[in-house]
Design a protein around this ligand. Structure first.
Ligand code: KG4
Ligand code: ZN
Length: 355
């Protein structure tokens, strides 16, 4: 009964001029809700970050993350509705991150969203978190339209995709081992930096010489556009251990800056190669690591050199947030026109929707 009604509502939304979606994100350590109009316009945005809680443990503790999502979700949703001056009845649909992410964390959001959609008698749209990251660019750049190349770099993923249409992707390259964000986090920990590693490493690197050390780069000049970061990470950790053992002094900032430069060069090189090979001149970056200033700068320089257009989300929408989920949900709705069933489950290893 509910599902039939929800599916009918989706069919009506396909022809409706404006579609307003209330989106929920809880895949990792940010509890977020947002209200987004037509996939581009953020009407409200609320977020509770658990960073301070997990910092004590040096990383995200899944069980603690789930419990905090459960506690904070009602408040971020209420806050988003208050900001927009809306009630559940004023939104056209609900959206939620169904995967990939931490299973318990995802489940809190999925359960909440199912209950809300059911209570309001509105459709629910299941969103892939990585497609959400890509869609963050549609918010920052209202004029951006596919096709474009997108480098998606987060704590768990590193992929180069060809966005052929809205929600329509082809995978051109990915990491064979660590994700870029994971490498940042592990090297940050070896440097004695606190969680979250990426932003803290960036801060330290600002005082260092990016050319002080050379670290090995894997897959240089290969035909494929894959990445490997574990070799660089191991080289940095070995360097730090050797120096410690010999009692040599090393400038941690130089190590951080050299590591950041190496990873950035690899990411930028393969991404623009992908653009060149596909004949596209629009390049986007998305995901938590797209907040990195060195990466943004290097990508901008490369884009200018090649006369290409670079798109990087506003900092607020680089790391996990619900606005990007609301944006992706709109395009998902337009593409697949499917209301999620009440049996929707969290899928911790959900793949991006490939063509
Ligand atoms: O997209 P995100 O917020 O969560 C996931 O979906 O994983 O990405 C988090 C990742 C972490 O590895 C974090 O260290 C990294 O993004 N990150 C950064 C920066 N800000 C976040 N890495 C380098 N520099 C940054 N400024
Ligand atoms: Zn993310």
């Amino acid at each position: 009964m509910y599902h039939e009604k929800a599916q009918n509502a989706v069919d009506r939304l396909l022809t409706q001029k404006d579609v307003t979606i209330l989106a929920i994100e809880s895949s990792c350590d940010e509890t977020a809700a947002a209200i987004v109009k037509n996939g581009r316009q953020v009407l409200a945005h609320s977020m509770y970050t658990q960073i301070a809680i997990h910092a004590e443990y040096g990383g995200v503790v899944p069980e603690i993350a789930s419990r905090n999502h459960l506690e904070k979700l009602p408040y971020v949703v209420e806050d988003a509705l208050r900001q927009a001056g809306m009630t559940f009845q004023d939104v056209d649909a609900f959206a939620v991150t169904a995967g990939p992410g931490l299973v318990g964390a995802l489940l809190t959001g999925v359960s909440y969203a199912k209950a809300a959609a059911y209570a309001a008698g509105k459709p629910l749209i299941a969103v892939n978190h990585m497609e959400g990251h890509i869609a963050a660019n549609y918010i920052t750049f209202p004029e951006l339209e596919p096709p474009f190349i997108c480098l998606v770099v987060s704590g768990g993923h590193t992929e180069i995709v060809h966005a052929m249409g809205y929600g329509n992707y082809q995978l051109l390259g990915s990491t064979r081992d660590d994700a870029a964000g994971e490498a940042f986090d592990k090297v940050a920990r070896a440097l004695g930096l606190k969680y979250p590693g990426g932003p803290n490493l960036q801060k330290l690197a600002e005082e260092g010489d990016p050319y002080a050390y050379e670290f090995p780069k894997s897959f240089r000049g290969e035909k494929h556009l894959d990445f490997s970061f574990s070799g660089i990470k191991t080289a940095v950790i070995n360097l730090l251990n050797t120096m410690d053992m010999r009692g040599e002094t090393y400038r941690r900032a130089d190590v951080a800056a050299s590591f950041q430069r190496t990873v950035t060069e690899l990411l930028v090189k393969n991404t623009f190669l992908a653009a060149q090979r596909t004949g596209l001149n629009q390049v986007a970056i998305a995901g938590g690591v797209s907040a990195n200033a060195a990466l943004r700068k290097a990508a901008q320089e490369e884009a200018e050199k090649r006369h290409m257009q670079l798109y990087v989300p506003k900092l607020l929408y680089c790391t996990d947030n619900a606005a990007m989920i609301g944006a992706a949900a709109y395009f998902e709705l337009k593409k697949n026109a499917l209301a999620a069933p009440l049996s929707l489950n969290a899928d911790p290893s959900m793949d991006i929707d490939l063509a």
